[in-house]
Every structure is written in structure tokens, then in C-alpha cells.
Design a protein around this ligand. Structure first.
Ligand code: SF4
Length: 259
């Protein structure tokens, strides 16, 4: 993956060569002045949409089609993990909503936390995701226990994502080519679920990037974003002009998370 960016007036033109056959270009209008990575996440989501569109079109040409469709929402019962930046953005997004939507969402978060505490899962869930993210076996166990709690993501409304333009990278990346019915049997039918292969992992990139350089990967469990919001602001979030911040992140993806 090769990245070229050109600043013109208040816009940023981006060209990404994904591989020999595929490249995308798009133009975004980032905010003025020095920003942290959180501030330009909406622009980065726009860029990622283009990357994903191109990847799916290429798969389609080769006969591999995604079966994910609006109104499914099965994967929205999984334990979703997000980067620190996305956790901050989502908290901000909910806090800027009006009632009754804001109260509904906050209550849904509270209900999930209560269930996690009742089952004795909350402490481990935080510990493994925030501090021991490389302990994959334990994380998978926790994810399995979470799945059996059968909790909707607080943002899921009528089996659709109510914050679709702001949904985290991990949600954008979860796409299957197998029968969607198999997704209902996660942790039993995993061998039947065929995920669409993606060439670049923007989710892990965001979870291991502080706005300047590579950092220890941290995945914040989505249900805990309000609980630990105060702590999140302690993580360093360097600032830079928006064009530079976007370029740094895309180069981070290219360097560490291209498959
Ligand atoms: S944020 Fe949206 S897409 Fe992601 S799990 Fe929640 S409802 Fe589903």
C-alpha cells in the first residue's frame, strides 16, 4: 500500500495504491488547525469506505460476494472492541445526542454493565482488553461468555446500526461470504463462517496508533466506554495539522497492517 496526499486550499486529496491492480482516490475536508486522531476519524472513515468499496468490488469480480445486508445485525451481539480514539468519539457522539435517544442508549450501556458485573465478567473483560491484549485465549473465552449473554449493541435499533456513519472500524471490517444463518451459531459454527479477506486492517491500526507513532495495542470493549471514559483522556493524544495526521495514520496502516 502506497499513500500520496496533496493539500489544496482547505481540502486534502488522497491517493492510495492498495496493490498492483487497485488504487483509490478521494478528497476530504479536514478541520483546521492542529488536531488529534479523534478529530479526524470521520475523514478517515470516509477514506476507509473507499478502500472497502474497492476491495469488495475486486472480490466480486473474482466471484466472492458479501452476504451481509441491512437488517441482519447478528454480529452486533458480539463483544465489539474499539480503539481508544473511537471510544472517545462514541462517548462524545452520545453526549451530543438529544433525549430520549441519549437516555435510551445510556440505559442500554448501564444494563449491559450490570449483566457483566452480575456474571463476574466485568473486571476480566477490562483487564484482558486494556492491559493484556495479546492473551488471545482468554480474550476469546471472555468473548464467548459475552456472546452467551445475548446482548444487543446499545446502538442497534430495529436490527440496524443507528450510528452507521460513525460505526467503528471493527464493525466495518466484519463481513462474511457464508450464509448469514451461520453467524447465529458463533463459537459453535465458526468453521462455517467465512469472513471476507481484507488486505488492510484499519481497526488494529487505530488501536495501536497514538496520533504520532505505533503504541501497545489496546482494544476497548464497547460496553465499557462510558465506564472508563475518564481514564481514556489520560492516554497521550499528540496533535498535528489534519493533513499530516491523516497521512501519518495511513502510513502506519501501510507499514504495520497490510496483509
Ligand atoms: S456500532 Fe453499529 S455496527 Fe457496530 S456493533 Fe453496534 S450496532 Fe452493530
Amino acid at each position: 500500500m502506497k499513500v500520496e496526499t496533496i493539500s489544496k486550499d482547505s481540502q486534502l486529496e488522497i491517493t492510495i495504491k492498495l496493490n498492483e491492480n487497485q488504487s483509490i482516490s478521494c478528497t476530504v475536508t479536514p478541520p483546521d488547525g492542529d488536531v488529534s486522531f479523534v478529530d479526524i476519524l470521520p475523514e478517515v472513515y470516509t477514506i476507509y469506505n473507499k478502500v472497502l468499496e474497492s476491495t469488495l468490488a475486486e472480490h466480486s469480480r473474482n466471484g466472492l460476494h458479501t452476504k451481509c445486508d441491512k437488517g441482519c445485525g447478528t454480529c452486533c451481539h458480539q463483544l465489539v472492541t474499539v480503539s481508544i480514539h473511537e471510544a472517545i468519539l462514541l462517548v462524545h457522539l452520545v453526549n451530543s445526542m438529544k433525549d430520549p435517544e441519549r437516555s435510551r442508549i445510556q440505559k442500554a450501556f448501564d444494563n449491559i454493565l450490570e449483566k457483566l458485573e452480575d456474571k463476574g465478567l466485568l473486571k476480566d473483560l477490562l483487564d484482558f482488553h486494556v492491559n493484556k491484549f495479546d492473551d488471545k485465549a482468554n480474550i476469546i473465552n471472555i468473548q464467548k461468555e459475552y456472546w452467551h449473554l445475548n446482548q444487543n449493541c446499545p446502538f442497534l435499533v430495529d436490527a440496524s446500526c443507528s450510528i452507521y456513519p460513525f460505526r467503528p472500524f471493527i464493525c466495518r471490517q466484519y463481513l462474511v461470504s457464508s450464509d448469514p444463518a451461520y453467524c447465529k451459531g458463533s463459537f459453535k459454527n465458526d468453521r462455517l463462517v467465512k469472513k471476507i479477506p481484507l488486505t488492510h486492517d484499519f481497526a488494529s491500526s487505530a488501536a495501536s496508533f497514538d496520533g504520532e507513532e505505533a503504541i501497545f495495542t489496546r482494544g476497548i470493549p464497547l460496553p465499557t466506554i462510558f465506564l472508563i471514559n475518564g481514564l481514556l483522556t489520560y492516554f497521550p493524544r499528540p496533535k498535528a495539522p489534519a493533513a499530516e495526521m491523516i497521512t501519518r495514520y495511513l502510513r502506519h496502516v501501510a507499514e504495520f497492517f497490510s496483509r
